[in-house]
Design a protein around this ligand. Sequence first.
Ligand code: PGA
Length: 261
Amino acid sequence: MRKKLVVANWKMHGNLALNQQLLSAYLAQLSTLNEVDVVVCVPYPYLYQAQQILQNTSIAWGAQNISKAEVGAFTGEVSAAMLNDFGASYVIIGHSERATAYCESDENIATKFIQAQKHGITPILCVGETLIEREAGVMQMVVAKQLDTIINTYGASVFAKAVVSYEPIWAIGTGLAASGEQAQSMHEFIRNKIAEQDIEAAQSLKILYGGSVNPQNAVQLLAMQDIDGGLIGKCSLSAKDFVEICFAAAQSNATAQLIKF
Ligand code: PGA
């Protein structure tokens, strides 16, 4: 069984004092929750703070983007090696807020994905469709294309050491989450697509759901067979909400165990 993974995406929120409070509150509630892996993706300037507070705890930390380049004259960029210096073990790649605002191509995203892995950092690859694409019924085609750029260049086996997050763009920050069935159907599609080329990578791949997850809808979403956790934006800024979502993930693990035995 795949262990559930819950990732906080703080986006461009926080400051030293608030982060200290939030991380301490996470730790107070989550340090004994062994059934779920928890990761916090912070803005770059707070990586050092995250490392200081979270090292030797059960919570891992990461960033929200990296450069596709190794090193060099790239003003304003941050490399995978730099994330390593601060003990980051995950990085979000291709989030739609970046892909749209900074015109990131699938090719750039694929290079960043491999660059992270090269430095031992697990990429959390975001995929998902717009509302227009869903209404036109082409959402699977859109997600397939996003995955294909990586599969065709590097092979499906690279997904053995990665996380995919299905993030329908219409659900991000809108309060309108996908239903359990909508998300499950896309997660199954993603897993099958990887399985066509690499069954083992597909079976071990954690596929998260992201987009308006809250403590109320988390239980239903996380109980779905192919939903292995969540990427949590807004609700990760409230320790109470985030902790409740992590507990919902743990509960869905337990329910799956009961069904299994
Ligand atoms: P949200 O963000 O939970 O605020 O919708 C999710 C995300 O962007 O990953």
